[in-house]
Write a protein that binds this ligand. Structure first.
Ligand SMILES: [Zn+2]
Length: 388
């Protein structure tokens, strides 16, 4: 005789749990009778689920705002989600940083930890470093593994296959060349991953605003957020602004095209270009400072970078019409002077379809952006059944 296996039972139970949580996210507080009506679960099933969620610290029983007397004469308790219980854990395995965020059900960050790592660390070692941070946060009581509903991981230089994500986090294979098992062992909730910069972009898309997010550092990473969700594309590589050609006869790029923006606008090449023009700077920060102080060569480099950036930004805006373009990363230290050509060319373009209100701005460095965005993806996907 066939018996349903444990994982099938677990997944039914999890679906029931999520129905209860979704109702509480939507309504704020609910009585048990409300929940019965909302979820159509039997009183026995509901009672087990509510008891379990309460024991795990996910739910809290609170006194009603005005005393309502129940059938047994006692005031009816209201149930609500515990705001300080972490609903989702977000982890960024960045190029130079491991960052872990714990987010509540409303998406706010409840706790955060980060650690700098050498740029040479392999992905497996980064996973281990993240596991060590998570272990510490479990040990000091900030993360309650059983209360966590989902885990999101943002990984530098890796892109999730959108087809794998569409089938649910349980079926997403690990990224090429690494195992996420150490994280899965610590946090039993479903885990999903995507590119760290894409997930960081989620923090800058305000209230469903159409956003193009571009990070200019060792290379160029970019992401498009549309209606509060990431645009992944058919192959998971949508929005790679760095591989838009700004010179069809330009230098060959590793991607196979010529004159890609990234071939020019990367930290090393910008410093090389300055040296080539007669002045060497040790870092991009020094170059930015010199430009601000009126140094001619440094200023020319910023203008040159700004003109190249404008070619790609304006083309991207023609195609996507974002409400906001946000430039982050090391080269964003060049400030308004870097953005001026993009603003100028956008203003000059008359499409005749109405006034263009796209803003172009640089973003402050937010160390929690990658891990917060990863937690938000998990929250959207697993709690609200609405993939990021
Ligand atoms: Zn390229």
């Amino acid at each position: 005789m066939l018996t349903p296996d444990a994982s099938a039972l677990q997944s039914v139970r999890r679906r029931h749990e999520l129905r209860v949580i979704e109702t509480l996210v939507a309504h704020g507080t609910r009585t048990r009778r409300d929940l019965e009506a909302d979820t159509k679960l039997s009183r026995t099933t509901l009672s087990t689920i509510v008891g379990d969620l309460r024991d795990r610290g996910v739910l809290a029983e609170i006194d009603p705002p005005t005393a309502v007397t129940g059938r047994n004469g006692r005031p009816t308790k209201h149930l609500s989600l515990n705001p300080s219980a972490g609903a989702a854990v977000g982890i960024e395995l960045g190029r130079h940083r491991i960052s872990v965020s714990l987010c509540g059900f409303n998406g706010s960050t409840v706790a955060h930890e980060q650690r700098s790592i050498p740029g040479t660390l392999g992905l497996d070692a980064k996973v281990q470093a993240a596991a060590d941070i998570v272990k510490g946060m479990i040990a000091d009581g900030r993360i309650m593994p059983n209360a966590v509903g989902g885990v999101g991981v943002g990984i530098a230089s890796r892109h999730a296959d959108p087809r794998a994500l569409a089938d649910g986090a349980e079926l997403q294979p690990d990224p090429r060349g690494a195992s996420l098992a150490p994280l899965r062992q610590l946090l039993p909730a479903p885990l999903m991953w995507d590119n760290n910069i894409r997930l960081a972009a989620m923090n800058y898309g305000l209230d469903g605003e159409e956003l193009l997010y571009v990070v200019l550092s060792a290379g160029i990473s970019s992401a498009i957020v549309t209606q509060g969700k990431l645009l992944r594309g058919g192959n998971g590589i949508a929005g790679e602004l760095g591989h838009m050609s700004v010179d069809f006869a330009g230098t060959p790029c590793w991607c196979g095209r010529r004159g890609c923006l990234e071939s020019y606008l990367n930290e090393d090449n910008v410093l090389r270009e300055a040296a080539h023009r007669g002045q060497a700077f040790p870092t991009v920060a020094e170059l930015a400072k010199a430009a601000q102080a009126g140094d001619g060569i440094a200023g020319n480099i910023v203008d040159w970078a700004g003109e190249l950036l404008a070619r790609a930004i304006v083309d991207a805006c023609v195609l996507l019409d974002p409400a906001r373009v946000v430039i982050a990363g090391e080269l964003s230290q060049f400030g308004d002077r870097l953005l001026a050509p993009s603003r100028r060319d956008l203003a000059a373009q008359q499409l005749g379809l109405g006034p263009r209100t796209t803003t172009v701005e640089s973003a402050p460095y937010l160390p929690t952006a990658g891990s917060d965005g990863a937690a938000r993806m998990a929250l959207n996907h697993l709690i609200l059944s609405d993939p990021a």
